[in-house]
Design a protein around this ligand. Structure first.
Ligand code: EPZ
Length: 434
């Protein structure tokens, strides 16, 4: 396994580009199962999760070809309806196979995904949506069995205790586009990644209205055609780089983003006093403020609220912002695995239920820390950029799931960050050394 070694205190300047959005690409890869024609997907981020989803599509029988680092060609002409546990368990987003397989083949047999470190990750709302479409939904031996032979359009409410569901909306949407009749999804997720999926489905011939709103109206069609579709920019990667700039930037320009997808974060960064210059819809220049930032309160909500996927990164910024900031996690209440690791670097953060009470410190100190999930890993990298001394981040395979060469991109703008084999880490610093 590799580790990331970061030397803190180096200013970041220049231009850093944003890749395509992981959380759009994954359901969009699944959506290629809805047609026997060829789909060409562009601006796909080069991530382990993407390569894994490609493997699952191939397992199902699709022809999958990566024609260049960010372009994939997928033809799902003859496909199976069954995805086994040994594949699904490795990546939650494979739950998104259920909708397209049930929509196209009128049956699906997909292993239940299981939880992950940020929470139990139930799929009850996905299954409620499928049942709402008139499918027979059975769970047996850890698998979900869907029989959609009698499926027809219906009114479906997809709100749960934490609000809307992103992949739940994607799943039910992908099932409904080939289901006879009219389907209305109320309390649909409005995340830009769901909008991107809707736009891709429309480009294949789907009939969807209300795109971007909490009410999606779908008229089922007989079949869908292929498409060529460009994935939207990753607003979470972009936000991660904006926070890197707020921590250590000297005129750091983040490019290929979409400002309109990032209103909540931009608003919060302005509130805390980060000098931000919006150059265009696709470019923002950010710098470390010459004076101390102000503490802010953050509450995560479904889009257009503050994204839960940027909460950990915001914790890192508030950890060195004087005063007390309260960060409340409403989507995944346990999503604070980054906190104990930030505490190892000198952060003063107390967890009270879904709240992180952050008392800003004058500095953080480099230390060996353990990545636990994708966004917690990013938070630790950010903290390492400003910590005094060297920070070692272990288990960075979590990072590879959602960030396309983050070390290369940060090094190109001045960070001293290197990806090394774990054996190069000083033995006395490596908690996993034998
Ligand atoms: C998507 O996960 C993203 N993943 C997550 O990003 C993101 O954090 C999350 O949406 C929220 O924005 C992908 O898109 C692949 P949800 P998803 O269904 O769809 C509860 C990252 O770091 N819920 O919107 O699984 C659920 O437990 C990842 O890139 C139910 O109770 O999230 C959570 O509390 C992490 N029942 C809330 O709803 C259900 O059937 C929102 O979950 C479904 C969800």
């Amino acid at each position: 396994m590799d580790v990331m070694r970061i030397e803190g205190g180096n200013p970041l300047s220049g231009s850093i580009s944003v890749s395509g959005a992981k959380n759009a690409a994954l359901p969009i890869f699944a959506a290629t199962l809805l047609t026997e024609e060829t789909c060409v997907l562009e601006n796909v981020p080069n991530l382990s999760d993407i390569r894994f989803m490609a493997q699952i599509l191939e397992y199902l029988g699709a022809e999958v070809e990566q024609t260049d680092p960010t372009t994939w060609k997928i033809t799902a002409a003859n496909i199976s309806h069954r995805a086994p546990y040994n594949l699904v368990r490795k990546m939650r987003a494979s739950v998104c196979l259920m909708g397209p397989l049930a929509g196209r083949l009128k049956k699906a047999e997909i292993s239940l995904p299981g939880g992950c470190i940020i929470g139990p990750r139930p799929i009850d709302m996905h299954l409620k949506g499928f049942a709402g479409l008139g499918m027979d939904v059975n769970i047996d031996r850890g698998y979900v069995f869907l029989d959609a032979i009698k499926a027809s359009g219906n009114l479906i409410f997809l709100g749960g205790r934490h609000g809307s569901t992103v992949t739940g909306t994607a799943n039910v949407l992908m099932a409904s586009v080939l289901t006879p009749g009219k389907t209305v999804i109320e309390c649909a997720a409005c995340e830009p990644e769901v909008v991107d999926l809707c736009n891709m489905l429309v480009s294949m011939g789907a009939n969807i209205e209300g795109i971007g709103s909490p009410t999606l109206t779908i008229q089922g069609v007989e079949r869908l055609g292929g498409c060529t579709y460009r994935i939207l920019p990753d607003r979470i990667e972009a936000g991660t780089f904006l926070i890197a700039g707020a921590l250590a930037g000297k005129d750091l320009t983040v490019t290929d983003l979409r400002v309109s997808d990032m209103t909540a974060l931009i608003d919060k960064l302005k509130e805390t006093g980060v000098p931000l210059q919006i150059n265009s819809e696709n470019s923002i220049t950010v710098s470390k403020s010459g004076k101390p930032l102000k503490p802010v309160d953050v509450v995560t909500h479904p889009h257009p609220g503050f994204a839960t996927d940027i909460q950990a990164q915001m914790c890192s910024l508030m950890a060195i912002t004087p005063g007390i900031s309260i960060i409340t996690e409403k989507i995944f209440p346990n999503r604070f695995m980054h906190v104990p690791e930030l505490q190892r670097m000198g952060a003063d953060i107390a967890i009270e239920g879904p709240n992180a009470i952050v008392k800003g410190q004058p500095k953080l100190s480099g230390a060996p820390v353990m990545a636990s999930d994708l966004r917690a890993s990013a938070a630790l990298i950010l903290a390492g950029l400003v910590a005094e001394g060297v920070t070692w981040v272990l288990r960075i395979y979590h990072l590879d799931r959602g960030y396309d060469k983050i070390d290369t991109k940060l090094r190109a703008v001045g960070a001293v960050i290197d990806r090394l084999p774990e054996k190069d880490m000083p033995k006395d610093l490596n908690p996993e050394a034998a």
